[in-house]
Write a protein that binds this ligand. Structure first.
Ligand code: GLA
Length: 439
């Protein structure tokens, strides 16, 4: 972060976010990291409003707005005296605007006469029917009954669904998922089926999130299948909300998850992915892509094309990085960096003549590691003195072979990126190349 902010200050250029990159640091239109965790989105007209808990301001609700789901403007704290409000969710059960979240294991509800700002406390209650305390808040608007529903992971491991009454109070429980310890609920409706996504209970550590289905909000809820391959742990994320984008050509269902750091603090990022939804098989499968976006007008999902590729074959190796490029013509060509300092001190692979725009731009670093727990790949940009852990720019680093990051490089072709390894003595980073994308 340090060198990025320095470069931004120098160039004054922030650039636009043109892709959703799961796990990558996501900057708002002021160039600050978006701080809205455990959040939800509502669309009003052509504007999307994203509210989440601010990790940098003691979990006060923060709001951002966007018309394309890519560039988000910070609209600030929504109730500056309210802190410790976890997983705030927006609803509009009547003429007012409401935020519901968990505070001290109660449901705290806040109300405003306008969408943005001036929310103040209304109620702080336990959950009907039995005064349950709870942890995680979810929200669903049911178009069929034009009713809002509060989803909670009530204590005793029960995810339950309560109607929100037209006066904004928390109403009767309509159904519950029993038989497993789940939390972080989110719900969407597709093809006549209600899909309820939940996580397991492993604190800030990611686990395989599951989907349950029902043809009525009264249940019964059945299922419990994974929404991503088990070992991916939901691509290192935890569910918070499901967003439906109804376009002119297709409807796209988006999984919104949090990629928490070890404490749920400011290092946490976001993992948003389109979902493949099959109402007959009653399955949901996250469609993992390192970079993607959805056209909110048409609903169509697209992916970037490569503008330029810097292959490891052409990169300069310093010291004694192991060379797996026996012939310049052979493909693929991978070079392995290790951190065995006694053998290969400070080894690096340097990519020279990388083209910069002078504004924040996307690059993807292509590398794998032998053990994500054993170390980190690091990077030095141009003359920076401090190496930066790539996982600080994208928490998928080490877990996926294509690691998009946003950097501000000097305009022109004079940039150098140097990759290295830091960590245990047996930690290895196998580097394949660097790609620049269309903006
Ligand atoms: C669970 C919750 C998170 C957070 C952590 C704290 O994972 O879903 O929102 O409260 O526990 O351990």
């Amino acid at each position: 972060m340090r060198f990025l902010s320095t470069l931004c200050a120098v160039t004054g250029a922030l650039g636009a976010t043109s892709w959703i990159a799961p796990g990558a640091v996501w900057y708002d239109t002021d160039g600050q990291k978006i701080d809205a965790h455990g959040g939800s989105i509502v669309q009003r007209g052509d504007t999307f409003y994203w509210v989440g808990q601010s990790a940098s301001s003691n979990e006060t609700p923060m709001m951002y707005s966007s018309t394309d789901l890519l560039s988000w403007k910070n609209l600030g704290k929504q109730a500056s005296s309210v802190t410790g409000l976890w997983r705030p969710k927006i609803a509009k059960p009547n003429g007012s605007f409401w935020l519901y979240g968990q505070q001290d294991r109660y449901v705290l509800s806040l109300k405003s006469t306008q969408m943005v700002g001036d929310y103040s406390n209304v109620n702080k209650v336990y959950l009907p029917p039995s005064d349950y305390s709870y942890s995680d808040t979810g929200m669903f608007y049911d178009e069929a009954s034009t009713t809002w529903y509060l989803l909670t992971s009530a204590d005793h491991n029960t995810v339950q669904i309560n109607k929100i009454n037209s006066d904004g109070t928390v109403g009767a429980r309509v159904s519950a998922v029993t038989g497993g310890a789940y939390e972080a609920p989110g719900l969407f409706f597709a093809g006549g089926v209600y899909f309820l996504i939940v996580s397991g209970k492993t604190g800030w550590r990611a686990n395989p999130n599951k989907v349950f289905t029902a043809t009525s909000l009264s249940g019964p809820w059945t299922g419990g299948s994974n929404i991503a391959p088990e070992s991916e742990k939901t691509y290192n994320s935890q569910n918070t909300f499901e967003l439906t984008v109804k376009g002119s050509q297709q409807t796209t269902y988006i999984y919104m998850g949090d990629a928490w750091d070890s404490k749920g603090s400011t290092g946490s990022n976001y993992v948003w992915l389109p979902m493949a939804v099959d109402p007959s098989a009653k399955t949901v499968t996250l469609q993992y892509h390192a970079m993607w976006k959805v056209d909110v007008g048409t609903g169509v999902v697209s992916y970037p094309t490569t503008k330029k590729r810097y292959a490891t074959r052409d990169a300069k190796i310093s010291r004694r990085a192991i060379n797996f490029c026996p012939s310049p013509d052979l493909n693929p060509c991978v070079r392995v960096l290790t951190n065995s300092t006694s053998v290969n001190p400070g080894e690096e692979i340097a990519f020279h003549n990388v083209t910069g725009t002078g504004a924040r731009q996307w690059l993807s670093l292509h590398f794998t590691v032998n053990n994500p727990e054993a170390g980190q790949a690091h990077m030095i940009v141009n003359d920076e003195v401090q190496p930066m852990n790539i996982s600080d720019l994208n928490s998928r680093a080490g877990h996926h072979g294509v690691v998009p990051v946003q950097l501000v490089l000097k305009p022109g072709d004079a940039n150098t990126l140097r990759l290295g390894a830091s960590g245990a003595s047996d930690f290895e980073v196998s580097v394949d190349g660097v790609e620049l994308y269309e903006d």
